[in-house]
Design a protein. Structure first.
Length: 115
């Protein structure tokens, strides 16, 4: 068995569980058969490209975690955040940016006071 199949299984299962979805719920959301998700997560899956793209997009999985797991240097949560931000349009980005700046300022202030 190829390492990429095992990696795909691990990454999809972890992302699905983090999203608190059952295999059936994920399958319903992306419009595929539940057995497809089961097979992917049990190292038996070789999903069609369209299904793989839907899984990656729906679960907000950074593609590098699947295709280049050894080169993915950012943490999973940071990658997920970046992917979510990339999906924002210009208006959403403009509305989110001040909130992020404010939260980072609070976090940095709290970090400096703990030193």
């Amino acid at each position: 068995m190829h390492d990429y199949v095992k990696n795909l299984a691990k990454v999809v299962r972890a992302a699905r569980e983090e999203a608190h979805l059952s295999q059936a719920a994920l399958a319903e959301q992306i419009g595929c058969d539940e057995r497809t998700i089961l097979n992917i997560e049990n190292d038996r899956g070789n999903p069609k490209f369209e299904v793989l793209c839907q899984i990656i997009a729906y679960l907000h999985i950074p593609a590098d975690r699947i295709f280049h797991p050894d080169t993915a240097t950012d943490g999973v949560k940071k990658q997920k955040l970046l992917l979510m931000l990339q999906e924002c349009d210009e208006q959403e980005t403009a509305e989110i940016l001040p909130a992020i700046e404010y939260l980072l300022a609070l976090i940095h202030k709290r970090g400096n006071s703990n030193e």
